[in-house]
Design a protein around this ligand. Structure first.
Ligand SMILES: Nc1nc2c(c(=O)[nH]1)N[C@H]1C(S)=C(S)[C@@H](COP(=O)(O)O)O[C@H]1N2
Ligand SMILES: [Mo]
Length: 383
């Protein structure tokens, strides 16, 4: 088994005298990085299928627990942010290997280096695009969701391959007790502890100063988070304003909800308000990593479906008044339509919805990504 210490390099390559650029450091940090990436991958895949289920899955997605999407998306963003200092430390530990001589020793060595290049490239790409996504900055020409999703699989595959290839080294460096058998110089121990403590403190710092945007009890600490749960009208952040969506008080005037089904009908706002109203506490859990719970009240979707002569277990298409935009049209599977907590909400935290939060009416459903909590609803269609 080759060791991790690079051979003494010839000029013009740099020389590395730091003692912690070794397999032990790489393993100590790598296992936490591996854990963070695994959690991030699993929660990311969960989020993807909740947001864009294939047709066969759409009517089977669970509408409970109500906090499910909030939890998995919060964990996705938190594990991704925690992975950033871990990845930086890991790259620091191993980067002298970039300069090994000769650069390629054999076909096997070339393949191994290529797989590491893919791993590092995909890892940096995912964390970078994810981080910019949560600040809603998209400075690239491609569409974020499909590319971030595809590269996630590349990263998962490259990581798995890396773990398999490095398994003998990982295993021998994993436990603390094996240290004695590895002839690690005792004088490294204190430096090693300092390095790992610093990395741990970095992870704790970035986590604690951002996680409050989805985990409200820590909201007072969310100094570095792009979103704050209390910033926004009616005690709730706003992702897309009415102005940006091209919806105005004018366009909402004379509004009637249209419901297309076996027995189609329309209802004015006053008529909707006269129907039985229900109140629910549900979060908006944005795919961009912020979540806040609020008190919503309005009419149950299942009641509106029954009134149209449809089964409450129907798939529904919801169309917004918004002229254009990726979230103008939304489809809701039968499990959500049927859930008594799924409302066409008219009120938020006891007040009539503000225009930015979707006046005259918006969707609120349990265990769904924020993108599908459609604002400015114009019509429902039973499918
Ligand atoms: N019609 C429409 N509804 C929409 C959106 C949109 O762009 N258009 N944005 C969605 C997103 S991404 C989120 S997170 C929530 C945010 O709701 P809020 O602005 O009321 O907090 O609304 C959703 N509803
Ligand atoms: Mo969102």
């Amino acid at each position: 088994m080759e060791g991790m210490k690079p051979r003494i390099a010839l000029p013009p390559f740099p020389r590395f005298r730091g003692r912690l650029h070794d397999a032990r450091t790489a393993t100590s940090i790598g296992r936490w990085l591996g854990l963070a990436i695994t959690v991030c991958f699993l929660t990311g895949v969960t989020s993807h299928y909740l947001q864009r289920p294939p047709d066969w899955l759409a009517d089977l997605l669970p509408s409970r627990p109500t906090w499910g999407y909030r939890f998995s998306q919060g964990l996705h963003v938190a594990s991704g942010i925690a992975a950033i200092p871990l990845l930086m430390a890991k790259l620091w530990a191993v980067y002298p290997r970039l300069f090994v001589t000769p650069p390629l020793r054999s076909v096997r060595h070339a393949l191994e280096r290529l797989s590491v290049a893919v791993l590092v490239g995909a890892g940096v790409f995912q964390l970078f695009t994810g981080l910019l996504n949560i600040v809603e900055w998209y400075p690239w020409p491609f569409s974020f969701v499909p590319v971030h999703f595809a590269v996630a699989w590349l990263l998962a595959g490259a990581l798995l391959l890396h773990i398999v290839v490095k398994w003998p080294e990982i295993r021998s460096h994993w436990g603390l007790r094996s240290a004695g058998t590895l002839e690690l110089p005792a004088e490294d121990a204190a430096d090693r502890r300092s390095l790992l403590t610093a990395v741990g403190a970095g992870v704790a710092a970035v986590t604690l100063t951002t996680v409050g945007q989805s985990f409200t009890p820590l909201k007072r600490l969310d100094l570095l988070a792009p979103r704050h749960p209390d910033h926004g009208t009616q005690g709730l952040p706003i992702n897309r304003t009415a102005y940006a969506a091209g919806v105005s008080a004018e366009s909402a005037r004379g509004w009637r909800l249209t419901v297309a089904g076996p027995k189609p009908y329309g209802l004015s706002l006053a008529e909707l308000e006269a129907l039985p109203q229900y109140e629910v506490r549900l979060p908006i859990a944005c795919v961009e990593g912020w979540s806040v719970e609020a008190r919503w009240s309005g009419v149950r979707i299942r009641d509106l479906l029954e009134r149209a002569g449809a089964s409450p277990r129907s798939r529904v298409r919801v169309v917004s008044l918004e002229r254009r935009g990726a979230y103008r049209v939304m489809e809701m599977g039968a499990t959500y339509a049927e859930d008594p907590m799924t409302l066409l909400a008219l009120r938020l935290n006891g007040e009539v919805l503000s225009l930015d939060h979707g006046f005259p009416a918006r969707i609120i459903a349990p265990n769904r990504p924020g993108v599908w909590q459609t604002k400015w609803v114009g019509g429902l269609e039973v499918l």
